[in-house]
Design a protein around this ligand. Structure first.
Ligand code: ADP
Ligand code: MG
Ligand code: MG
Length: 911
């Protein structure tokens, strides 16, 4: 943006080349064009472009975004008013009218429009220029008093709401009251007299709530409306939308002032919206809705039911054909599916807006492929036409939106794991299993305050999970995403009473067996049974789109999978190996937990080894399954990581049970066992378990655990490779911070591996490496790489330890941090590139300085988040690893990152 230039001429200062604030469009030519979205906003640039290509656009002018920025700083230049008045005079001349004056008054709309479309964020004012006098002139000239009064009451209503901040319901009450009084259903059934009465009452509403009279001077209306649009950039809805979509708060909005055309002039007038292709399926078909004798937002507001656009062909064939050919032209011109608005005034068509249309993931893929085939766009462009996150839509059941009633939505929680589920409510994991196994319920929704590892069996059988606490990286969220199961987490409005077995939400109570539906894609909690549409990983459209994107990708994508079933699933989604197998998940199974507990309760090495021996064959068979599923691809297996207390019952539940037994069966042998268990639970208790006795620290104090696991892995590898599979085990030591820790555990693994090779008489290739999940590990990466043959960034813990945030409790702080702008996003969901990312870069370069061919990946939640995946590509990781259901997303993000690099784009920046 160039600053205003002051010219010096003969000692006099003039502002002849001052900043251009106002851009005119009309009479077949515009001062701006479609590329000027930064300056004119999306809408203004679109209006300019449409004017330039000769489309029927009502003329007007755009006040550019710099004026909004000045307004926010409290320094609006007087030059803005000056240029606006000039443009208004030019518009009046072109139209042969005067704003709100004379026998043929000019009326205008005042429309906001930022660089990125922010639907519904800032309201438009129509019919500006009407007042007590000009409304009569309009009535006389059109010989249609009903139309004139209808336009005036709309202005007072919109102006009152948007400019004067009067809540909408005050106007709606007057309007609905009048309809009742006249015993009519439709707005259009109110006659001129009724509308005139409404105007009088609207004015009273304005006076009462804004303490001023509705302004009668047209120019005053215009200035007030313009400033309100500037202010609306800062309203809460707009701020939230920008935060969600990562749009820069400093961009500001433009203001468009445009001559009105009227769709409410009678039965040969109307207004509508449409898409050049079906935004739900992407199919190449004309799609839209319209209403006759209506204005502006009537179509989308739901007051009257609009008609499908095809019917316009019957009512006004010429207008319909015009509209089709114009929108087809626009689509070719913009080379993307268009979303457009039009108005018909007395049988004449006007275009009011066009922009690239929002669409579902499926539609995005369909449109991208079709447009390549139509020769409209290149493959390089096509792969960016689908947002990586949208691909999960193909894999999950979805809510059939057509069948969903708005009033059934009870509340919204976090969209923790996508997809949709319908089921009967249960409140404990045991109940979930019991109900499903006994066949009492087919599908259950497990409702919990929050879930713990002990709920896994219930989560397995549930169709979906709903929790009232916990964030996007809570146990419920992480586990369900891994399972590809729908989850709505942290729904604060949902009050769960696990004792009474009931849940209260939106003033309604649901008991065990009642039906609920969840939409994990949007976070909606829905009453009753919503019809679902199924997902399909082999969808031909998905495969076709991936064939377009895959050739660009250079970074590998692996999956996090703990059991053979998930590994197979991941292969089906295109995973090239397993980046994280969490062995502890194998210990939670019903047949294993007792051995695990015996192992933990043992007070000497001998007993511990005896218990571990029982676990060995079970682990080995799991690993065999994984190796077979991943034939030819690497499988990274992490040695035991969580603190041991996670495998034991909680102290509270033990105390309760002991107290109960002391009264009922004081002599029961079980009591003695429980007391011993309690003693051990108390011994294991730590104040900060996440910083406690876990990770490699466990394997260092109890080397027999690492020994057993190394043996299970290597034996499985030998067995499976004998069957002819290609096996590539990578044994990963968690939570190291130093070379000595790494060496301690690597020595155990290598010693056991050599033993197994001797016993079996064969060898397999394997690697020993580490997770980098402590800042010290990143700092010491050069040292650690002397022993570690690979690194994998455990960015969940690395984020936790870098910020010092407990990831299980961060939701107490996070909402405020985001609201206050201290953080832009949840760092557990989107990698903190500037902080945690810096540690990653450091560890990559220090590690590779020691060991140039060091294999490096990431296995935290971030491995499936598109911006984080792109970052991983840029810093040179060999692979990302994510939950199976995010593999597709990661593959597309990695392809886009490579394509961006090819094009020399930086990417990852804020919009
Ligand atoms: P949004 O960004 O919310 O779509 P718009 O500025 O596009 O807001 O306007 C809202 C409605 O008013 C749309 O239906 C649009 O077509 C209509 N509208 C805007 N300006 C005019 C105008 N000059 N004449 C007739 N209708 C208009
Ligand atoms: Mg619009
Ligand atoms: Mg970890």
């Amino acid at each position: 943006m160039s600053a205003p230039v002051q010219e010096r001429e003969g000692g006099q200062v003039t502002a002849s080349t001052a900043m251009k604030y106002v851009y005119f469009f009309g009479g077949g030519k515009a001062e701006g064009d479609g590329k000027m979205k930064d300056t004119l906003g999306g809408k203004g640039a679109g209006l300019a472009e449409m004017t330039n290509v000769g489309l029927p656009v009502p003329p007007g002018f755009t006040i550019q975004t710099e004026a909004c920025r000045e307004y926010m700083r409290g320094k609006l230049s007087s030059e803005v008013d000056h240029q606006m008045n000039e443009a208004l005079a030019r518009l009046e001349k072109l139209q042969g009218q005067q704003l709100g004056g004379g026998s043929n008054p000019l009326l205008v709309s005042v429309r906001s429009g930022a660089k990125f479309s922010m639907p519904g964020m800032m309201d438009t004012i129509l019919n500006l220029g009407l007042n007590d006098e000009s409304v009569e002139a309009l009535a006389a000239r059109t010989q249609n008093p009903r139309f004139a009064y209808d336009s005036y009451r709309r202005l007072i209503q919109m102006f009152g709401n948007v400019v004067l901040d009067i809540e909408k319901h005050h106007f709606e009450e007057v309007f609905d009251g009048k309809k009742k009084q006249r015993k009519v259903k439709l707005d259009t059934e109110l006659d001129a007299k009724a509308l005139n009465e409404i105007i009088a009452e609207y004015k009273k509403v304005v006076k009462k709530h804004a303490k001023i009279d509705f302004p009668q001077r047209p120019l005053e209306q215009l200035v007030m409306a313009r400033d309100a649009v500037f202010r609306s950039w800062q309203n809460d809805r707009a701020k939230v939308y920008r935060r969600m979509n990562n749009i820069d708060d400093m961009l500001g909005t433009a203001v468009n002032v445009q001559a009105m055309v009227f769709g409410n002039l009678g039965e040969t007038s109307g207004t509508g919206v449409g898409f050049t292709r079906n935004p739900a399926t992407g199919k190449k078909e004309f799609w839209g809705e319209f209403l006759m004798n209506a204005q502006g937002e009537d179509v989308v507001s739901g007051v009257r039911t609009p008609m499908p656009i095809i019917q316009l062909e019957k009512i006004m064939p010429a207008v319909y054909n015009d509209l089709r050919s114009i929108t087809t032209r626009m689509e070719k011109h913009y080379r993307d599916m268009q979303d457009f608005e039009f108005t018909i005034q007395d049988g004449r068509l006007y275009m009011l807006q066009t922009r690239n249309g929002k669409r579902t993931g499926m539609a995005a893929a369909r449109v991208a492929i079709d447009m390549v085939n139509e020769g409209l766009i290149s493959k390089d462009e096509a792969i960016f036409r689908v947002e990586p996150n949208q691909l999960v839509e193909f894999l999950f059941p979805r809510v059939d939106e057509k069948a969903l009633k708005a009033e059934s939505v009870l509340t919204k929680g976090l969209p923790a794991s996508p997809g949709a589920a319908v089921g009967q409510v249960v409140f404990t994991a045991d109940d979930a299993v019991a109900m499903v196994q006994k066949g009492k319920m087919k599908k259950v929704i497990l409702v919990r305050g929050e879930t713990t590892p002990e709920d896994i069996h219930g989560m397995e059988v549930a169709a979906g999970i709903l929790t009232s606490r916990g964030g996007m990286s809570s146990h419920a969220a992480v586990v369900t995403r891994g399972m590809g199961k729908c989850c709505v987490a942290g729904a604060g409005d949902v009050k769960v009473d696990e004792k009474k077995k009931e849940v209260r939400v939106a003033g309604q109570t649901f008991k065990e067996g009642d039906w609920l539906s969840l939409d994990g894609t949007t976070g909606r909690v829905i009453k009753g049974q919503v019809p679902l549409l199924p997902g399909d990983p082999n969808d031909p459209l998905l495969s076709e789109f991936m064939r377009l994107a895959e050739p660009y990708r250079t970074m590998k994508v692996r999956a996090n999978a703990d059991i053979p079933r998930d590994a197979k699933q991941a292969r089906a989604f295109g995973a090239e190996g397993i980046g994280l197998c969490r062995t502890e998940h194998m210990f939670f199974a019903e047949d294993r937990l007792p051995h695990m507990r015996t192992m933990i309760l043992a007070d000497n090495e001998k007993d511990r080894r005896a218990a571990l021996k029982k676990l060995l064959p079970m682990q080995r068979s799991d690993f065999e399954g994984l190796f077979q599923a991943m034939d030819g691809f690497g499988v990274t297996i992490r040695t035991l990581d969580p603190p041991l207390h996670e495998f034991l019952p909680s102290r509270e539940s033990l105390l309760v049970e002991i107290a109960r037994l002391e009264i009922t069966k004081p002599k029961a042998p079980k009591l003695k066992q429980l007391r011993k268990l309690l003693e051990r639970v108390e011994e294991l208790h730590e104040l900060n378990p996440m910083l406690g006795h876990r990770g490699c620290r466990l394997g260092i104090t109890y080397p027999e655990i690492t020994e057993m696991q190394a043996r299970a892995i290597i034996e499985a590898a030998v067995n499976v490779s004998r069957k002819g599979f290609k096996v590539l085990p990578e044994i990963m030591i968690p939570l190291t911070a130093s070379l000595k820790e790494m060496k301690n555990q690597a020595d155990v693994v290598r010693r056991v591996a050599d033993e197994v090779f001797r016993e079996k008489g064969t060898k397999v290739e394997y690697l020993v490496g580490t997770m980098i999940e402590l800042p010290r590990a990143a700092l010491m990466a050069g040292e650690i790489a002397k022993e570690a043959e690979f690194f994998s960034f455990g960015t969940n813990d690395l984020t936790q330890t870098t910020f010092g945030f407990s990831r299980d409790d961060v939701n107490k702080i996070l909402p405020d941090y985001i609201k206050l702008g201290i953080l832009k996003q949840d760092p557990f969901a989107v990698l903190d590139q500037e902080g945690v990312g810096e540690l990653i870069k450091m560890a990559v370069s220090r590690g590779r300085a020691t060991r140039p061919n060091l294999k490096i990946g990431i296995c935290g939640e971030h491995g499936g988040e598109p911006e984080s995946v792109k970052f991983c590509h840029r810093v040179g990781l060999n692979y990302v690893s994510c939950s199976p259901f995010r593999v597709l997303t990661a593959r597309l993000a990695a392809a886009q990152a490579a394509a961006e690099e090819k094009k020399g784009l930086s990417g990852g920046a804020t919009k």
